[in-house]
Ligand binder design. Structure first.
Ligand code: GTP
Ligand code: MG
Length: 180
């Protein structure tokens, strides 16, 4: 059994990573946020899976590439956050963030990834159409979830899915790489 879970939030600038962390902790939408939230630890007894959980924010202006790689190495699961109204932040998950997390990893040591579509309060449709091909391409993606730091919608779910991906990993039903 794992002793604790370390969740790292990555993704393009301004997608709402820091707002998500602060919304979870403060249970309200923070109008102003620093570029990077302090690392927080949620005590075991208030997490759904009863395991101490660390939540780590990332900021491209406060952290170097080396520090980013160190954080990836320490993480048990990565939430890659995108903005549901900004297609470029979706494309960058496939071209930049997922390869950065798992590009050098052996197949069985890849970190589980959760795709987190933030700002669902601004959206009319769903981002699923653009997300599905990415989910099919990368078997380490456990799940995807749309949320809003502003409306506090699905915030605790994001962190619950991340915790669950570490404690109860699921094998993909269909692994495209198995066929090669
Ligand atoms: P960097 O630190 O620059 O990488 O950005 P970030 O990903 O931490 O985003 P941040 O939390 O600073 O939010 C960026 C902007 O988006 C801010 O103006 C937030 O108020 C806004 N924002 C964050 N979440 C939401 C949301 O769910 N809905 C809306 N409408 N705006 C949001
Ligand atoms: Mg930030």
């Amino acid at each position: 059994m794992k002793r604790d879970v370390r969740i790292l939030l990555l993704g393009e600038a301004q997608v709402g990573k820091t707002s998500l962390v602060m919304a979870l902790v403060g249970e309200e939408f923070p109008d102003e946020v620093p570029s990077r939230a302090e690392e927080i630890t949620i005590p075991a007894d208030v997490t759904p899976e009863r395991v101490p959980t660390h939540i780590v924010d990332y900021s491209g202006v406060e952290q170097t590439e080396d520090e980013l790689r160190e954080e990836i190495a320490k993480a048990n699961v990565v939430c890659i956050v995108y903005d549901v109204t900004d297609l470029e932040t979706i494309e960058k998950m496939a071209s930049k963030w997922i390869p950065m997390v798992n590009g050098n990893a052996e197949r069985n040591s890849r970190l589980p990834i959760i795709l987190v579509g933030n700002k669902s309060d601004l959206q009319c449709g769903s981002s699923m159409e653009s997300i599905l091909p990415i989910m099919n391409q990368f078997s380490e993606i456990e799940t995807c979830v749309e949320c809003s730091a502003k409306n506090l919608k699905n915030i605790s779910e994001v962190f619950y899915y991340a915790q669950k991906a570490v404690l109860h990993p699921t094998a993909p039903l269909y692994d495209p790489e198995e066929k090669q």
